[in-house]
Design a protein around this ligand. Structure first.
Ligand code: PFF
Length: 464
């Protein structure tokens, strides 16, 4: 029997990323995901375009980036997983609950995320086979319902996704995560730019761009502000220990503020590039931009199938979406795996396999309820299907709450000196002014912003 005793202070010889380049691509790989290509376009569509984009950018700068820096700071300083990090910080045991909450959030997200990623994998094959050639709106809807409803196909594809992600994680931080993200992220950029160029040469290009960038605050609601914040947390993989875990693999000489800014900017660029690929095509064929989650799986095949070379484009589009989904899932899965491996001393392979089985079990609930729960006899919890419940609880509650607690622990329970020392790479770069300003935002501004948004979510105050 292996000992599973915890040794919070024992030095761990940890495998980490090898270069700044690897750090950047792995972190960006976590941030860029279905959030950019699936959630961002339909949310911007539903919340009125450019005005939503401005609020989103505001949330990224004043709420999300400070949380990201805090997570990276804790991760690199302690070189530990999401739970053990708080033991090493020597704060009250209560704060470890951030890590446990993060692990729960990771399971919830992975359950529905792997389900959507499974549809994406399937759509690559469907596009290659030419299933979308000359389809009508009805047959696009029928194909999507065939892909997403039912038992065998959705669950099979979900299992394939989980198997691919597991294989990468078993290979380890350098041979798995680093190698895969460094190879795939540049390919994703090239593919999305090809899709953009094609889309911008369509007749609806100006209408699509107008929709994406026109600033009309009258369309923005208080609900829209909440959605933008939740999206920001989801987009940058925050509040659930993912960035903390990746931070523990960062190189000693990485500029944490610089990397956070570069990742936030690049991730936003990818979201906008995804919008630029999608909306011109959507408007060219007179479709609505507010088709909800079906935008990716019904509208896109429909409109791309009408464009010359559209089928090649569709393959490229779903392939890049699959890359995004896979690299993001890798980072989610790493949160519980790192915990089991480091804190519970379970060998990496065994840890990955156990996590994979749990995701499959919860994932099946998400998968069977994705069509409105008919397969589960219409089962709903708090009026939501399991699929929507897992999404809502993780993005709107656990991630912002985790982010809030992380800010509080850094701003109020750890020393400012330690924070500045770590951000300056132990005094080797001059980040004093930036760190000072950031500290003020972490201590006062972001927590207050988050409290206002929470009170609004709970209906205690009304933003309007
Ligand atoms: N950032 C990913 C996306 O935008 O799709 C989602 C995500 C990845 C959320 C990793 C949470 C996480 F830990």
């Amino acid at each position: 029997m292996k000992s599973i005793e915890k040794e919070p202070d024992a030095p761990i010889k940890k495998e980490g990323f090898t270069t700044g380049f690897a750090v950047f691509f792995a972190t960006l790989g976590s941030a860029v995901g279905l959030g950019n290509i699936w959630k961002f376009p339909y949310l911007i569509g539903a919340n009125g375009g450019g005005a939503f984009l401005i609020v989103y950018l505001f949330c990224i700068i004043f709420a999300c980036m400070p949380v990201m820096v805090c997570e990276l700071f804790i991760g690199r300083k302690t070189r530990s997983n999401a739970v053990q990090a708080f033991e090493k910080l020597k704060v009250k045991p209560f704060w470890k609950s951030i890590g446990f909450m993060g692990i729960i959030a990771a399971f919830l997200i992975m359950s529905f995320y792997s389900c959507v990623a499974g549809w994406v994998y399937l759509y690559i094959f469907k596009a290659i086979k030419g299933d979308f050639a000359g389809i009508s709106a009805q047959s696009a809807a029928a194909q999507f319902s065939k892909a997403s409803v039912g038992i065998i196909s959705p669950i099979l594809w979900q299992i394939i996704v989980i198997a691919v992600v597991s294989a990468v994680i078993i290979a380890g931080v350098q041979k798995g995560i680093e190698r895969v993200t460094k190879t795939l992220m540049p390919i994703l950029f090239i593919l999305i730019i090809i899709c953009d160029i094609r889309s911008l040469t369509l007749s609806g290009a100006s209408q699509g761009l107008d929709f994406l960038f026109r600033i009309d605050f009258s369309k923005l609601t208080a609900q829209g502000i909440l959605v933008a914040l939740g999206l920001g947390f989801f987009k940058l993989s925050l509040g659930m220990g993912t960035m903390l875990t990746y931070g523990s693999y960062y190189t000693d000489d990485n500029n944490l503020i610089g990397t956070s800014a570069k990742v936030a900017v690049s991730d936003t660029i990818v979201s906008i590039l995804a919008g630029v690929a999608i909306f011109p095509a959507v408007f060219t064929f007179g479709m609505g931009p507010d088709n909800g989650p079906g935008l990716l799986f019904m509208t896109i095949p429909l409109v791309f199938s009408k464009i010359p070379f559209g089928n090649v484009l569709l393959v490229a589009f779903f392939f890049l979406t699959a890359i995004a989904a896979t690299t993001a899932m890798i980072s989610m899965m790493e949160v519980p795996v790192a915990y089991l491996n480091e804190s519970k001393k379970i060998p990496r392979k065994k840890a990955v396999l156990s996590v994979a089985v749990i995701i499959m079990l919860i994932g099946i609930l998400a998968s069977l309820s994705a069509d409105g729960a008919s397969l589960l006899g219409g089962a709903k919890v708090f009026g939501l299907t399991f699929f929507n419940l897992f999404d809502f609880v993780s993005s709107n509650i656990l991630m912002p709450l985790g982010g809030f607690l992380i800010l509080i622990v850094v701003g109020w329970f750890l020393s400012k000196k330690d924070f500045e020392y770590e951000l300056s790479n132990k005094g080797s770069i001059n980040t004093k002014t930036a760190a000072d300003m950031l500290y003020l935002v972490i201590k006062y501004v972001t927590p207050v912003l988050l409290i206002i948004v929470f009170l609004n979510t709970l209906g205690i105050i009304r933003l309007s």
